[in-house]
Design a protein around this ligand. Structure first.
Ligand SMILES: C[S@@+](CC[C@H](N)C(=O)[O-])C[C@H]1O[C@@H](n2cnc3c(N)ncnc32)[C@H](O)[C@@H]1O
Length: 211
């Protein structure tokens, strides 16, 4: 799919969801809490939250002392909600494309993306992952949280059918493509942390790109 077509589809899809998104994402509050607990409190880190949406994960990061956080998203409608919620001086939200980040190489300590990769076509997903690898420091790491495909075939089909009802057209290629494994193959990374949630419905990976 051509990028302009994707950007237009993303705009329309998230304009529909933006105002209600914060209510429906309550179900994954625990996932966000778990991710923010992975971030050390002590040192002052440069953190980038890609596909930040209404900013929930970035807001959690901002409660940690001393870190400098940037949340980036394509959707103006989602960013309007993020701006409204931002009371932190160490957090800024910007409009931007995950496949073309306005940062130098090796600029960030941590780059996170939660429930963003499943909302892109395959080629854009891989470009975004490449950008995450590019902007993170050799000492840094990536945090990826998204839908997971469990091993049990009954659960696999159940989770898929339930989620496909409300998800974007790009979700099936994420779910059936087993992208957690694919991404690591695309760029060699060491696995630091791997945790599933809600009966393996979701997964959090912390990976360190080999640079
Ligand atoms: C399901 S929401 C996830 C929001 C948030 N990260 C969360 O965990 O709730 C997916 C977000 O990814 C954004 N997105 C999709 N493709 C993008 C891209 N190429 N660059 C930046 N944002 C993108 C969408 O605009 C949307 O806000």
């Amino acid at each position: 799919m051509d990028k302009e077509e994707f950007i237009q589809k993303n705009k329309v899809f998230f304009e529909k969801w933006a105002k209600v998104y914060n209510f429906i994402e309550i179900a994954i509050k625990g996932v966000r809490k778990y991710i923010s607990n992975l971030i050390p409190n002590s040192s002052s880190l440069e953190i980038l939250d890609l596909c930040t949406g209404t900013g929930s994960l970035a807001l959690k990061f901002a409660t940690k002392n001393g870190h400098n956080i940037t949340g980036i998203d394509l959707s103006e409608a989602m960013l309007i909600q993020a701006h409204k919620r931002n009371k932190f001086s160490n957090l800024r939200f910007m409009k931007g494309d995950a496949t073309n980040l306005p940062f130098d190489d090796s600029n960030k300590d941590i780059c996170s993306i939660s429930f963003g990769l499943h909302d892109m076509p395959q080629e854009i997903r891989l470009e975004a992952f490449n950008e995450m690898v590019r902007v993170v420091k050799p000492t840094g790491y990536l945090i990826i949280a998204d839908y997971n495909r469990p091993k049990n075939s009954l659960l696999q089909n159940l989770y898929f059918k339930l989620t496909a009802v409300y998800e974007s057209e790009f979700y099936p290629s994420w779910y059936w493509g087993n992208y957690f494994t694919q991404l690591i193959k695309f760029h060699p990374c060491s696995l630091i942390h791997n945790k599933t949630f809600l009966g393996a419905y979701m997964r959090i990976l912390v990976i360190k790109p080999k640079k």
